[in-house]
Write a protein that binds this ligand. Structure first.
Ligand SMILES: [Zn+2]
Length: 274
C-alpha cells in the first residue's frame, strides 16, 4: 500500500501525524535559534544563487533597497515621467476619464478634504510655480473666450481702457509699462501696430507675428531673395491694405525694405521665387 492511499484511507491518523510533525519542527526551532537562523540564511543564499543562474542581472531585495536609498532623485524623476506618460495615454484613450474621477473624488468628503489639503500645502511650498500655473490657465481660458466672442471682448477692453485713462496714476503706470515692453519686445510692438492699422482700415485681420512670417519664408525677401535680419526684415501685404487686402498670414510675405518701399501700392514687383 503506497503512502498516498494510506493517507486517503486514514484521514484522521494522517492529520494527527502531520500536526505532530509541525509541532516537533516548532519545538526544534525554539530550542535551536542559532541553528535555525543559519538554516534560513543558507536557504536565502541558495535562492539567490538560483535566481542569478537564471538571470545574471538579478539583484536581491537588499541590493535594490541600497540602490534606491542612494538614488532618490532618479526614482522621483522616473515616477513623475511615468505619471505624465500614463496620464497622456489615459487622456488619449478616454478624454473624460479624469473629469469622472474628479466627480467620484468630490463625492467622498474625507478623501476630497485630504486632496484639497495636499494641494494647498503644495501651492504654499511652490508659490512661483503656482503663479505660473494660474497665468497659463488664465491665458488659455481667455484665448478661448476671446475667440468665441471677439466683439464683446473688444468692447470690454475699450471700457477698461477709458476707465484706466481717467485715473492719472494708473495711466502713468500703464504708459511706463508699455514703454518698457516696447523696448524689450520691439517686434511685438510692430506686430501690434500693424494689426491696429488693419483694423482702422476696416479689413480682415488676424494676429500676425513677424518672426513667424520670417521663419516661414526662410528669412529671405520673397521678391529679390536677399537674406534678411531682424533689423532689415519688413512685412509686405501682397494685396495692399489700401486695396482691401487682409492682414493675414496668407496675404503677408517677408520682404526687404527696398522691395517693400519700391512697391508701395502699385502692386507686387515680379517675384523671383514662388
Ligand atoms: Zn527684396
Amino acid at each position: 500500500m503506497s503512502d498516498q492511499i494510506w493517507c486517503e484511507k486514514n484521514p484522521e491518523k494522517y492529520t494527527a501525524q502531520k500536526k505532530r510533525a509541525v509541532e516537533a519542527q516548532r519545538l526544534w526551532r525554539e530550542q535551536n535559534p542559532d541553528k535555525n537562523a543559519a538554516r534560513r540564511k543558507r536557504e536565502t543564499e541558495l535562492r539567490h544563487l538560483k535566481a542569478v543562474a537564471v538571470d545574471p542581472e538579478f539583484r536581491c531585495r537588499k541590493d535594490r533597497q541600497r540602490w534606491a536609498e542612494q538614488n532618490q532623485d532618479k526614482i522621483k524623476e522616473s515616477k513623475r515621467k511615468y505619471q505624465r506618460e500614463y496620464a497622456r495615454r489615459v487622456r488619449a484613450k478616454d478624454p473624460d476619464y479624469f473629469r469622472r474621477e474628479y466627480t467620484k473624488l468630490k463625492a467622498n468628503p474625507v478623501k476630497y478634504a485630504e486632496t484639497q489639503e495636499r494641494i494647498r500645502v503644495w501651492r504654499k511650498a511652490h508659490p512661483k510655480k503656482r503663479t505660473a500655473q494660474l497665468r497659463k490657465y488664465q491665458r488659455e481660458w481667455q484665448h478661448v473666450a476671446r475667440m468665441k466672442n471677439p466683439e464683446s471682448y473688444h468692447e470690454r477692453d475699450r471700457r477698461q481702457y477709458i476707465k484706466m485713462k481717467a485715473d492719472p496714476v494708473k495711466y502713468a503706470k500703464t504708459l511706463a509699462r508699455n514703454r518698457l515692453q516696447k523696448k524689450e519686445h520691439p517686434e511685438k510692438a510692430a506686430d501690434h501696430n500693424a494689426r491696429r492699422r488693419a483694423r482702422a482700415a476696416n479689413v480682415e485681420h488676424e494676429s500676425v507675428e513677424r518672426l513667424v512670417v520670417a521663419d516661414r519664408d526662410g528669412w529671405k525677401c520673397r521678391y529679390c531673395d536677399v537674406s534678411l535680419t531682424k533689423k532689415t526684415l519688413t512685412l509686405d501685404h501682397v494685396r495692399p491694405i489700401s486695396k482691401g487686402g487682409p492682414h493675414t498670414y496668407a496675404n503677408i510675405v517677408a520682404a526687404c525694405q527696398s522691395c517693400n518701399f519700391s512697391k508701395h501700392d502699385r502692386g507686387a514687383p515680379s517675384r523671383k521665387t514662388a
